[in-house]
Design a protein around this ligand. Structure first.
Ligand code: ADP
Ligand code: F6P
Length: 322
């Protein structure tokens, strides 16, 4: 009988529970023993794990967060700490691990595989910044959360003829900001992938639209944009345009909430396929979605891939949000 582990690591994302459920249910159904490892690599090193069964994952598919908890464990980059983790895996008889997280998590999975514990990476992060996958678990839910929050901000922005600057997460990537930005009709979207000039991109655009009768504005800023502080930007806009301005940092509300249909389905598919690979003694892979198909790649190959942002979408947004 094979024993596999499952862990969630890095920032949590809505849909991680659905992925855990898929791993546990499909693992049990193919006769495996499935161990739930708490708090990512931190729990692995500490041997903080428990046996799961079909019922351990009841009533979680609709819940945000992760029932296995998550943690950042920077010391896991240290080869000695990885050796300790391998010893723990041997002690608990783990033949493989499904690791759910982002690129950092995949690096840990790669290290463990090289040391003899086959691992499979499943992409889970609201940032959608995993190059090997078109979409990551949690991204769709976070997009909808941002859209909902900014819609609310828009209501009060409009009532007061103001400009609202909204900072959204995404780490170094602008996927969340760009896609939520176009969905809320933001006048300007600032993302790390595109250079910006505040005067020509924001102030001039606002002045031009003011002349056509526009009196309220929403500006979406990705947190990864360098050199921007939303409060200072609000004061600058006020000074240059005369439009009263407010800044909102959406923060961790973006990481919570019940996962969307899309995230639940994706998580279920990816979790299921990860187990099929381990069942066939295949490790060192990531299971991802590419062009609507579930495929797997070597972890190193996946980590070296590049993903670009849709600049045409950016152009369209600028053209129609004027
Ligand atoms: P994400 O997985 O979302 O990218 P992090 O970058 O925080 O989030 O990484 C999650 C965890 O993966 C880290 O806390 C650490 O335990 C592990 N990790 C990150 N980088 C490495 C690395 N170079 N080698 C081994 N493990 C790593
Ligand atoms: O990677 C997910 C993410 O929410 C990023 O968007 C953000 O930059 C970061 O994690 C925040 O991390 P923490 O929860 O440690 O503040």
């Amino acid at each position: 009988m094979k024993t596999i582990g499952v862990l969630t690591s890095g920032g949590d994302a809505p849909g991680m529970n659905a992925a855990i459920r898929a791993v546990v249910r499909s693992g049990c159904e193919c006769g495996m023993k499935v161990m739930g490892i708490r708090r990512g690599y931190k729990g692995l090193i500490e041997g903080d794990m428990f046996e799961m069964n079909l019922r351990s994952v009841s009533d979680i598919i609709h819940r945000g967060g992760t029932m296995l908890y998550s943690a950042r464990c920077p010391e896991f980059a240290d080869p000695d700490v990885q050796d300790k983790a391998v010893e723990v895996c041997k002690e608990f008889g783990l033949d493989g691990i499904v690791t759910i997280g982002g690129d950092g998590t995949f690096k840990g999975a790669r290290a463990l595989t090289l040391k003899g514990i086959p691992c499979i990476g499943v992409p889970g992060t609201i940032d959608n910044d995993i190059a090997s996958s078109d979409f990551t678990i949690g991204y769709d839910t976070a997009l909808n959360t941002v859209m909902d929050m900014v819609d609310r901000i828009r209501d009060t922005t409009e009532s007061h003829d103001r400009c609202s600057i909204v900072e959204v997460m995404g780490r170094n990537a602008g996927y969340l900001a760009l896609n939520a930005g176009i969905a809320v009709g933001a006048t300007c979207i600032l993302i790390p992938e595109v250079d910006y000039d505040i005067d020509s991109y924001i102030i001039q655009r606002m002045k031009r639209t003011q002349k056509t009768g526009k009196e309220h504005f929403v500006i979406v800023v990705a947190e990864g944009v360098k050199g921007i502080d939303c409060n200072s930007l609000a004061r600058y806009i006020e000074e240059k345009t005369g439009v009263e301005s407010r800044a909102t940092v959406l923060g961790h509300v973006q990481r919570g909430g019940s996962p969307s249909v899309r995230d639940r389905v994706l998580a279920s598919q990816l979790g299921f396929y990860a187990v099929q690979l381990l069942k066939n003694d295949i490790g060192n892979r990531v299971v991802v979605v590419k062009k609507d198909e579930i495929v797997d790649y070597d972890i190193i190959e996946a980590l070296n891939m590049k993903k670009s942002i849709d600049l045409e979408l950016y152009r369209i947004s600028n053209e129609i949000s004027i």
